[in-house]
Design a protein around this ligand. Structure first.
Ligand SMILES: Cc1cc2nc3c(=O)[nH]c(=O)nc-3n(C[C@H](O)[C@H](O)[C@H](O)COP(=O)(O)O)c2cc1C
Length: 193
């Protein structure tokens, strides 16, 4: 990296590529919440200048209450080939209704929507190993009309990063930069890796 601007642009480009390509290393980052829990989530959208990261989730999952309570989240993504790690954190919120959630639901394919038809939310106890999907949906793709029942369980998680830590390790000791979002946009500097 030659400049701090280039470093921010690199983070943006990596995350945008990860949204578009399900085989990209950063497609499914780790999302952390202030209760100390972490989980893998698929990155669905990145706003301009890293203004927001969008994820989809089941409104019944425990992280939804945690985000509602604490209002913050962190995101950790790593590309093992490029050896680049991105750490972002900032205010976070859950939206179950409204234009963002509606648009995300409208764009979701029937197969992606299927998980929201589960009869019990993530983390609910089950009598046997397996999914909580209705038995007749286990082996088939639901019709789009059938998936509408899942809308009530669908929510988006929006993280608005206000810190970014960019790190690449290499044989020369690596490069690292840390940024904070200020009124004028991202401001940062180089740091020791
Ligand atoms: C590859 C992979 C992708 C996942 N994608 C999502 C996702 O996009 N949204 C989500 O809520 N959970 C996703 N999960 C499941 C979460 O990691 C987690 O188990 C679940 O959301 C419950 O989290 P919670 O108990 O912290 O609420 C994914 C898990 C894996 C392994």
């Amino acid at each position: 990296m030659d400049s701090l601007e280039q470093t921010i642009a690199d983070a943006q480009a990596r995350l945008e590529a990860a949204v578009a390509d399900r085989t990209a290393a950063m497609h499914a980052p780790v999302v952390g919440t202030p209760d100390g829990e972490m989980r893998i989530m698929v990155l669905r959208a990145v706003g301009p200048a890293l203004s927001a990261l969008r994820f989809h989730t089941d409104a019944r999952s425990p992280k939804v209450m945690t985000v509602a309570t604490h209002g913050r989240a962190s995101v950790l993504a790593y590309d093992p080939v490029a050896r680049v790690q991105l750490r972002l954190s900032g205010p976070a919120r859950i939206e179950q209704a409204g234009p963002t959630a509606d648009a995300a639901w409208d764009k979701a394919a029937a197969f992606s929507r299927r998980c929201y038809l589960a009869e019990a939310g993530p983390g609910a106890p089950l009598d046997a190993p397996g999914s909580a999907l209705p038995a007749d949906l286990l082996a088939r793709r639901p019709t789009l009309a059938e998936t509408e029942a899942g809308r009530a369980a669908f929510a988006v998680l929006l993280v608005e990063p206000e810190t970014l830590d960019w790190l690449r390790l290499d044989a020369h000791g690596g490069v690292r930069a840390r940024f904070v979002r200020g009124p004028q946009g991202w401001e940062g500097g180089w740091t020791a890796p």
